[in-house]
Design a protein around this ligand. Structure first.
Ligand SMILES: NC(=O)c1ccc[n+]([C@@H]2O[C@H](COP(=O)([O-])OP(=O)(O)OC[C@H]3O[C@@H](n4cnc5c(N)ncnc54)[C@H](O)[C@@H]3O)[C@@H](O)[C@H]2O)c1
Length: 364
């Protein structure tokens, strides 16, 4: 079968990483033929590819079968939708769009299911995350998920590195739209979607920026379970710490090691059956899982390879783009809850949030 001819739109930090994956031979069955950026100088840096400054010209050129969209967030919606309308297989970087209404527009453009449409949720390829997904059902009924993700430290210089960064009009949010889509996707991938959120975002707490750089959120799940998400770009050293408590025990994930402490009898059954006033369920065992580490760009290569295999062999997608709406909805709901100063029921009203976001853009 013929190689899939790729184009990349947006040759910044991430687009350059995608180029490296092709050049280092980390994907097979696909080749990079063209790139696109608004800045002509990107061609000088990567002279081996056909170059376009207009994404529509690249998509209409007949040069490519598939595209990776690695531009700033707002443009994912219209560039992605244009590519899909022209039957070009599309990988869109996270977040798939800035807000839920745009996600719905983008998803609607995917009307031909023969066209492969994936999100770049590279963290779904991390072996530890795959193990987590496998282990969750063994915990039984979900009681609590707690995520502390403060390992996203960023400096003022980082925020100054692109004019679109950390602005409502350029990026549509801060840590929730840039760094956290990966972890919000992880939480929803593992535990499903909550039915309500109450959040406290702080805007420009640690940096001179207008968007959130510190978030403290409580999630309420349909079965009564609760979630807590704490994240910031202002703490160093940061930590990634995930706990998931279920009826059958507790899972802890930190420093790359997953530990599961399993109860012999589930807590609900133990409550009902024990006559002891001060007892805990007996521990059946403590299990540790250490998986191999996959370096950052290799994770992206696995997603790109998965898309090539989906195009050529009908392989199931690791990260169907349609699922990208969930992490956007969580992020939007956290900002919305802060602005409205109340608990927000999900599903979020897409138009109501889009209106609030417009107001934030105008505020300055
Ligand atoms: N999956 C990951 O691990 C990961 C990591 C970093 C960034 N990202 C995502 O990648 C995207 C880009 O981030 P970045 O850090 O590379 O940004 P960047 O600012 O470094 O690069 C963006 C590039 O897009 C170009 N561009 C802007 N609008 C364009 C348009 N309409 N047509 C063509 N080119 C255009 C800019 O000139 C720039 O070169 C964002 O969505 C970001 O969230 C993902």
């Amino acid at each position: 079968m013929q190689e899939v001819r790729f184009g990349i739109i947006g040759i910044g930090n991430m687009g350059t990483g995608h180029i490296e994956n092709f050049e280092e031979g980390r994907v097979t069955g696909g080749k990079l033929v063209a790139i696109c950026d608004l800045l002509e100088e990107k061609h000088k840096e990567h002279p081996n590819y056909k170059f376009y400054t207009d994404y529509k010209e690249l998509i209409d050129s007949g040069d490519i079968d598939a595209v990776i969209v690695a531009t700033p967030h707002y443009s994912h919606t219209y560039i992605g939708a244009y590519a899909l309308s022209k039957k070009i297989h599309t990988i869109v970087e996270k977040p798939i769009s800035v807000h839920k209404a745009d996600c719905l527009k983008l998803i609607k453009a995917h009307d031909d299911k023969n066209v492969v449409f994936s999100a770049m949720f590279n963290q779904r390829t991390i072996p530890q995350h795959i193990k987590l997904k496998e282990l969750i059902p063994t915990l039984g009924e979900l009681q609590r998920v707690t995520l502390i993700a403060t390992n996203w430290y960023r400096t003022n210089a980082y925020y100054r590195s692109g004019s679109w960064r950390a602005t409502w009009s350029g990026e549509g949010g801060g840590i929730l739209l840039n760094q956290m889509p990966h972890h919000l996707d992880l939480v929803q991938w593992l535990c499903g979607m909550p039915c309500a959120i109450r959040a406290f975002c702080e805007f420009g707490k640690y940096h001179p920026i207008e968007v959130e750089d510190d978030v403290n959120a409580t999630l309420f799940y349909p079965n009564g379970a609760v979630g807590n998400i704490i994240t910031t770009t202002g703490e160093a050293p940061g930590i990634f710490h995930l706990e998931i408590a279920g009826d059958n025990g507790l899972l802890i994930f930190q420093d790359g090691i997953i530990k599961v402490i399993k109860n012999k009898v589930g807590t609900a059954e133990f409550n009902r059956t024990t006559i002891e006033p001060w007892a805990d369920p007996e521990i059946e065992g403590v299990y540790e899982y250490k998986e191999e580490f996959v370096p950052h760009l290799f994770q992206h290569a696995i997603i790109t390879q998965n898309v090539i295999d989906a195009i050529r062999e009908g392989k199931t997608l690791i990260a169907p783009a349609e699922e990208g709406i969930n992490s956007v909805e969580l992020a939007n709901a956290m900002i919305y809850s802060t602005i409205m100063n109340k608990k927000i029921d999900l599903p979020l009203d897409p138009e109501a949030y889009a209106k609030v976001l417009e107001g934030l853009k105008d505020k300055k």
